[in-house]
Design a protein around this ligand. Sequence first.
Ligand code: ZN
Length: 223
Amino acid sequence: MYWKKEFKKGKNYLSDRNLKEALKCFESAVTQCPVSSKSGLEKSLFYLGVTLKKLGRSDSAFRCWHIARELKDNGHSTEMIQRHSNKYGQPVHTFNIEDDKAAFMSIQLEKYIKMKKVSRFCSEVEKDVIKDIISQHWVNLLQSGIFDHMSVDRKLKFFRNQNIIFPVADISYLEKDNEVIYTDFHSGHQLSMNDLCLCGSGILFSQCCGRIKTSEELEVGDF
Ligand SMILES: [Zn+2]
């Protein structure tokens, strides 16, 4: 089995701290591992995530761990997600304000991408322009100090309700009727980021079904 060889080699490189080579091996293990081997894929994705994290690529690491978690609940990937998530379910930053900014960027990027017919960026220039517009909006919000004392749930609602005018003619996205609201049917309350997820994963809603995808995930999509 070719993927197993690559996986083993990867683990050796990882323990020798040769991250570049480890990365190559785990990437090829993930690609070569047959889809039928759930545990093989899960293991390979977990270690690929660990290597990416060590390389400072937290967003990519999260992508790996979330896919691995879907293959196997309560595995090592779940543990990593719990350990490294911020209150939005994204990779934690050094400062709180960076966590807020990353969540805001993701929410607005997702809005933009969703309203496009092709659901993705068509060029690097487009991506840069849109990110600049969102960043500028963020700076204005930050200076206003308006969300300084809001809870995570209120901040999220506030971030989602910010309608930035992007340079496109189609504004149909402004209709909010397709927004998903997660509700606990037992209590009838809207689910908070600090609640346990309703899907039964045993982890926080903010780290599971309610998490804010990273900008990288939105740009690249899943594997
Ligand atoms: Zn969930």
